[in-house]
Design a protein around this ligand. Structure first.
Ligand code: HAS
Ligand code: CU
Length: 548
């Protein structure tokens, strides 16, 4: 039998922490870039020292969207596995370190090309924009590093299963493995386009690139990428939050089912990012839109489950009436408050996603700054506030410290500052987007067009929001540095909830990995095979590279 640990073992804690350090360094640099971007777009500020707007925007997207998230998540998953499925073996831990260094070297390589101005291609690196080959090689290393860590996690989980034959796996570990399978299957797409298309093309070994194929492979990865960010937040919502509020997990089976649905429906939906692109038959776009609407269901299940956990807890404390439970929640505890605000924001954020996915409405918002507003609510508020909430107990747990009352208070202030900043920035992005303001664009009056003047007040509001958010970044960095290096020594709990007594038993079917990965493969083949053959058979001439 391998039992769950009361604490993450010190050697595992070190491995988790290095990932978290890189994540917060990325936040500091990427956040600064974000502030400068909003200032430039207000029209009142020009970048110094020959820094280009698109260079800055690439730094921002790569560091926050790809580096911060991937490093934080891998650190959190290693910690979760070590806590709930036993201390990592030396071999697994070593693989984790190798994975970490490969990812870090990759990040440094990519970041250098961006800083040298050789890769201003944004985080989606759409062809025919062309970067220096080192940009793509660095990204490939980040992916390979994450695979090494992923396989280390699978090995660890396999060992637990062997030692506990027939037992239901620990929920948190199960979710960590699901998240990593999702990542592995989806990164195959981006690895393929980077290795087969971008690297040979950027070296000049081939002259042209097939743009549609590269975008399709990118979005095969790009959509599940957003659920790779979301699922660790859901791990905290399902398993950690019930324990923090002093309640129970509503249902183990429902939590597992929602993760399976994410695995199945996250990947065959990339076309909802390509609805306006020619070269894909509308019937296939339609199919993927239907699958997109199916992937909304596990989020609705999560919303239901969270409400149920909150209400069960409130009623156990004597709450009455429809919303009496609301007052019983621990509002003064930042470990609860930050993720809770994240949940609340996810209601309008998710609604925006449903608008995006609706084929006709997508014509209105595609390539406008509405989309930027959408993902600043989803990933930059819902997900990141939950990651901050995780940091408030995970970092002191790993470093053997405790969060003081003063830091807890600062964390509450941080959450409020973040929410206000994002309310300004994201609301005005949504509004300007509806008026047609483009995304991925520096300040311009578009030849003094009347419409552009309508956008400018919103762009000033975005700069106000961006400045408030930057204060939020300074606050979170103060808290994180305190928790890592200066907070009083002591023991902090890694909160893992128990399942409510009245919940149904978990059916074995939910643990049948071969079945679910098999169904996933079938869905991917159905959604992509014919359109892909079509794209290759009817490909227009390839495109030469353009440098920014
Ligand atoms: Fe999205 C574009 C559709 C979710 C991120 N999305 C993006 C991009 C990013 C992104 C980064 O169909 C831009 C990519 C680029 O650079 O081009 N998105 C969706 C849909 C969902 C969705 C249908 N997106 C996310 C999440 C993201 C994310 C999550 C990051 C983490 N998105 C799109 C589409 C586009 C797109 C199109 C392309 C647009 C274009 O044309 O370019 C769904 O998953 C959303 C489902 C969620 C819900 C909400 C459930 C609510 C919950 C909270 C419960 C609250 C509680 C508290 C319990 C339906 C779970 C309540 C307490 C009280 C007291 C009230
Ligand atoms: Cu998507």
């Amino acid at each position: 039998m391998i039992k769950s640990n009361s604490k993450v073992a010190p050697k595992d804690a070190k491995l988790a922490m290095v990932h978290i350090y890189v994540a917060f360094i990325a936040l500091a640099l990427g956040g600064t870039a974000g502030l400068l971007q909003t200032l430039v777009r207000s029209g009142k500020y020009e970048l110094p020292a020959g820094i280009g707007y698109y260079q800055l925007l690439t730094t921002h997207g790569v560091l926050l969207g790809l580096v911060l998230t991937t490093f934080f998540i891998i650190g959190f998953l290693f910690a979760s596995l070590s806590k709930t499925a036993g201390t990592l073996s030396d071999k697994v831990r070593l693989s984790g370190w190798i994975g970490f260094w490969v990812m870090t070297i990759g990040t440094a390589t990519t970041a250098t090309t961006i800083l040298l101005g050789e890769a201003s291609v944004l985080y989606t690196f759409y062809a025919p924009l062309q970067a220096h080959p080192a940009f793509y090689i660095g990204l490939a290393l980040v992916i390979v590093g994450s695979w090494i860590s992923g396989f280390a996690m699978f090995t660890h989980f396999g060992k637990w299963k062997k030692a506990n034959k027939g037992a239901v796996t620990p929920l948190l570990s199960y979710m960590a493995i699901m998240t990593m399978i999702l990542w592995l299957v989806s990164t195959l797409g981006v690895a393929a386009t980077v290795l087969i298309q971008f690297i040979p093309w950027s070296f000049g070994w081939v002259e042209t690139i097939d743009v549609l194929v590269s975008r399709t492979l990118f979005w095969y990865f790009g959509h599940p990428l957003v659920y790779f960010w979301l699922l660790p937040a859901y791990m905290a919502w399902y398993v950690v939050i019930p324990k923090i509020i002093g309640g129970k997990i509503f249902s183990d089976a429902l939590a597992r089912l929602s993760f399976i649905l994410f695995l199945l429906f996250s990947i065959p939906v990339g076309f909802h990012h390509q609805l306006t692109e020619p070269g894909i038959d509308p019937a296939w776009k339609y199919l993927q839109v239907v699958l997109t609407f199916l992937v909304v269901i596990p989020s609705l299940m999560t919303a239901f489950s969270m409400f149920a956990s909150f209400e069960m807890y409130g009623r156990s404390k004597g709450a009455t009436g429809l919303f009496g439970w609301f007052k019983k929640l621990p509002w003064g505890d930042a470990r609860f408050f930050a993720p809770f605000v994240g949940m609340l924001v996810f209601i309008p954020a998710g609604a925006g996603g449903i608008i995006n996915a609706s084929h006709q409405m997508n014509q209105v918002i595609h390539n406008t700054i509405w989309v930027t507003g959408h993902f600043h609510l989803t990933v930059a508020t819902t997900v990141i506030l939950t990651f901050f909430g995780i940091s408030y107990w995970l970092i002191p747990h790993l470093t053997g410290r405790v969060m003081t009352k003063a830091m807890n208070k600062l964390a509450i202030v941080q959450t409020i500052v973040w929410t206000i900043g994002m309310a300004f920035m994201s609301t005005s992005m949504h509004a300007a987007g509806l008026l047609g303001a483009p995304r991925r664009s520096s300040f311009s009056t578009y030849g003094d067009a009347a419409q552009a003047h309508e956008w400018i007040p919103y762009q000033i509001a975005q700069a106000i929001g961006g400045s408030i958010l930057f204060i939020g970044i300074i606050l979170i960095l103060i808290i994180v540095i305190n928790l890592a290096f200066f907070a009083p020594k002591g023991e902090t709990e890694f909160p893992v909830g128990e399942v409510a007594d009245e919940a149904e038993k978990t059916p074995k079917l939910l643990e049948n990995w071969k079945l679910w990965v098999g169904v996933l493969a079938v869905l991917i083949l159905i959604a992509y095979t014919i359109p892909f053959i079509d794209m290759i058979q009817n490909a227009p001439p390839g495109s030469k590279g353009f440098k920014n």
